[in-house]
Design a protein around this ligand. Structure first.
Ligand code: TXA
Ligand code: MG
Length: 349
């Protein structure tokens, strides 16, 4: 009973958009495309609407939502104070894949912030997302539109699989452009800190701010001794059903080692998958080999990652081996997601 409506970003259908905006205003949920991943939206200033998001996703209620806005004044209207860095970052990166955390004021209900006194805010670049915010006249709380624990959806079909029957409407704007969630930077304390790496890198933030931006130690640690500051980063996430292991090192050695590991598993009667690149794709002998893209094409790797993790669930493999993609620019963001999906199982060669 979930209505899926195709929507052309270059020529947005007014009737479909009006229906979506009416749902948001009525406190209902609408899934919509953003440039990073699909979001599951509701009126951010309406506690009951936010609660519906948690219910639809099966999300723990202490995991706060990101509030999506369409103009900088929206941030000013919900922040207790506007940190000096916020305007600079907004001028440089908004609309775009950057989320800023600031102290919230009383307009933002605790239902939206998972009980926290800070609020995460992002101005998305996708025309459908912006129209939904402007047309509804609401600020829109939106986590990724997946069932909690599953990879974020990069296509409307992924949303439909997870949310069918749970929400009234999905706006299908086609596959997203970036494919991994926004960079989150915490501006609530004196030194800006990245809580989740993404397409906007530490270097890019430092260059615009002219000051040091640190990285939350909790997101790099492979053990659970350090708690990440973003509650959502502590949960097991992005995980395919099969056991995923990364193999890291020089390409020829990686290919040889993965083929060896595949053979060992197959001898035990298991079905095995491999995540390869365009360059190495033909060199593997496994039950399912997929290429994530050309090794030099970081954007393609990011765009394909979640789709591939989801597809392995359909293929019923028992184990997956993946090459490692610590590429120069967004490699940190890609590896952050992949390491979580792998439960930090890495074999160096
Ligand atoms: O690209 C994105 O950011 C997508 C699209 C839909 O905009 N949204 C997204 O939302 O990834 P979600 O809910 O899946 O991830 C939000 C993350 C969670 O890890 C959450 O814990 C963290 O942001 N977060 C939200 N508010 C926070 C706060 N006040 N303090 C610390 N972390 C916060
Ligand atoms: Mg998410």
């Amino acid at each position: 009973q979930t209505k899926v409506v195709k929507i052309d970003s270059a020529n947005i259908d007014d009737a479909a958009m009006k229906e979506a905006c009416d749902l948001i205003r009525a406190g209902e949920l609408v899934a919509f495309p953003t440039e990073t991943v699909y979001g599951l939206g509701a009126d951010a200033l309406h506690p009951e609407a936010s609660k519906k998001i948690y219910a639809a996703k099966g999300r723990p209620s202490d995991n706060p939502l990101i509030v999506h806005i369409s103009k900088f004044e929206d941030l000013v209207s919900i922040a207790r104070e506007v940190p000096p860095q916020a305007k600079k970052l907004a001028d440089a990166f908004w609309p775009g894949p950057l989320t800023m955390i600031v102290w919230k004021n009383d307009r933002v209900p605790y239902e939206t912030t998972g009980g926290m006194d800070t609020v995460a805010i992002r101005m998305p670049k996708h025309p459908v997302a912006l129209r939904l915010i402007e047309g509804s006249g609401c600020l829109i709380a939106a986590p990724s539109a997946n069932t909690s624990g599953k990879p974020s959806p990069t296509e409307a079909s992924h949303v439909a699989l997870d949310m069918d029957g749970r929400i009234p409407m999905i706006l299908d704007g086609g596959p997203v452009g970036i494919g991994i969630e926004s960079t989150i930077v915490d501006l609530s304390e004196s030194t800006p800190m990245i809580l989740r790496p993404g397409y906007i890198t530490q270097e890019m933030l430092q260059e615009v701010l002219g000051e040091k931006v640190c990285m939350d130690p909790g997101i790099i640690a492979s053990d659970s001794t350090r708690k990440p500051k973003a509650p959502g980063m502590k949960y097991k996430h992005y995980a395919p059903k099969a056991d995923l292991v990364l193999v890291e090192g020089e390409t020829d050695k990686v290919v040889a080692r993965i083929n060896e590991l595949v053979r060992e598993k197959q001898q035990l009667g298991q079905k095995v998958g491999v995540i390869a690149t365009d360059e190495t794709f033909l060199r593997y002998e496994a039950d399912h080999v997929v290429s994530i893209g050309a090794r030099e094409d970081e954007d393609a790797i990011a765009r394909h990652l979640y789709k591939i993790l989801r597809e392995f669930d359909d293929w019923n493999v028992d184990a997956i081996y993946s090459e490692s993609f610590a590429t120069p620019r967004i490699g940190q963001a890609i590896m952050n997601r992949l390491l979580k999906a792998a439960g930090h199982q890495v074999i160096p060669v």
